[in-house]
Design a protein around this ligand. Sequence first.
Ligand code: AMP
Length: 368
Amino acid sequence: MSKASGLPAHAVLSPGATIGILGGGQLGRMLALDAARLGFKVHVFCPDTGPAFDVSAAHTLAAYEDEESLAAFASQVDLVTYEFENVPARTAEIIARHCPLFPDARALATTQDRLSEKTFLASLNIPIAGFAEVNSVADLEAAVEKLGRPSVLKTRRFGYDGKGQTKIVDTTDLAAAFGVVGAQPAVLEAFVPFEREVSVVAARGRSGEFAAFDVTENRHENHILRTSTVPSALPASVQVDALDMAKRIADALEYVGVIGVEMFVLREDGRERLLVNELAPRVHNSGHWTQDGAETSQFEQHIRAIAGWPLGATGCFGEAQMTNLLGDEVNDWQALAAEPGVRIHLYGKGTPRPGRKMGHVNRVTVKS
Ligand code: AMP
């Protein structure tokens, strides 16, 4: 039984129930806003205050290792989800003892470690770049021997927006490169000479139902997402492949919630081919266009999936583009507000440091 409402653990969540969110960033904020629209209350658990705190009914400010606070939090909510994949596995275990956790602890453990994620993807025969485990400079030398240069060394955990990774080129000293990523468990990946990057943001419900948004084309600057555009330029048959891979991944994890699947598009013999780069066990920056450009936003879709509600329709209204507002670009809010058709989403963050995601705008052209 859930301690908060007395509901059986896996009952469909009714409006009025409380959803716990681990993590207090902008993704938690946008989840909380859509949860509120569906009549839910949100309780955020986070070690630091953040954008989600402004829009949620309750907060717990405590470390992810604080077992007492975790147990108290889990006893006050009807289920827990997360907006941040670096929640420790032990935290997930403690939560799951008290109330349902979606996506579950296995999905979290598989996707928060690049090595277990790649091993999982390879076991499904999902195409990925060649990779090798690296725990020492000697391992790195052997891995470079196998995968060649250029290649990319990435930490197994805690990498985001290109952090925790370094490119190995002809002149790179391998001991120095291992130092650059913190001399910690890592993987070496073959360099992918990709043409473009795309992603699939999809949801799987509690009974296995699946719904994907349109394949999104993503452009990065300095490893940080700049724009996401729909429709993508991918041929229809390759889009079908992309959606099929996302479904196979979600099914194999018995996943519940929204998942982001990042992919590279390669051109070989004049044809496009996909390699999966990375999974995100949560709502994803490349799905923000759905807030204004799709029949259901990815945030509402995640809440629907974890609450056991029917998934919403995922149709796209036409053409949509999301642009991240990085650093002091957020100061342009007045000009953006004056631009017809621009939908502004600001995260309420204090200091606009360079590259920091402060908000985003969506531009949608509705097809008649
Ligand atoms: P990641 O943190 O794995 O998402 O990587 C961040 C960005 O670095 C990707 O979106 C790519 O632009 C680039 N990148 C990552 N891995 C590779 C690779 N194996 N080959 C080429 N570029 C890569």
